[in-house]
Design a protein around this ligand. Structure first.
Ligand code: HEC
Length: 114
């Protein structure tokens, strides 16, 4: 029997994700991040998550920043610290909702979505 491991909700092939990133994918879904963030495609309430890692982000204050690991973690813990140009600062903080390990796993998932 042919099995297709492509996950159509995220476009990410779960068999290519590391164990940490796979846990991060579940956390992303459990915390409903996708209710605001599309994985791919057009921006909705929030920027798409694919291709974020390593890209240059333009911020509300006119400055730019490279979306490295530190930026991604900061965005999840302190969403108001750097607000992406064209978006409202309406993301809730997940600082108290995730352990440090979970934060790393979600970050590893986002990093894997190139
Ligand atoms: C209520 C809607 C909402 C939810 C839920 C939400 N976010 Fe966000 N997020 C936003 C908005 C709006 C922005 C852009 C404004 C800003 O930078 O704060 C953003 C920005 C980000 C950024 C920076 C994106 C960029 O393009 O530079 C990351 C990373 C991120 N969110 C991760 C997450 C993760 C992980 C979760 C789930 C644990 C999550 N978000 C849940 C609304 C949301």
């Amino acid at each position: 029997m042919k099995t297709d491991t492509t996950d159509t909700t995220t476009g990410a092939r779960s068999d290519t994700l590391s164990a940490s990133a796979r846990n991060g994918k579940e956390l992303f879904e459990d915390h409903d991040c996708q209710s605001c963030h599309p994985i791919d495609g057009e921006k909705q309430l929030a920027p798409p998550i694919s291709g974020l890692f390593g890209s240059e982000r333009e911020l509300e204050d006119g400055s730019t920043v490279i979306a490295d690991e530190g930026y991604i973690k900061e965005s999840i813990q302190y969403p108001g610290a750097k607000v992406v140009m064209g978006f409202n600062n309406n993301m809730p903080s997940f600082r108290d909702l995730m352990t440090g390990r979970e934060l790393q796993e979600v970050t590893d998932y986002i990093k894997a979505l190139r």
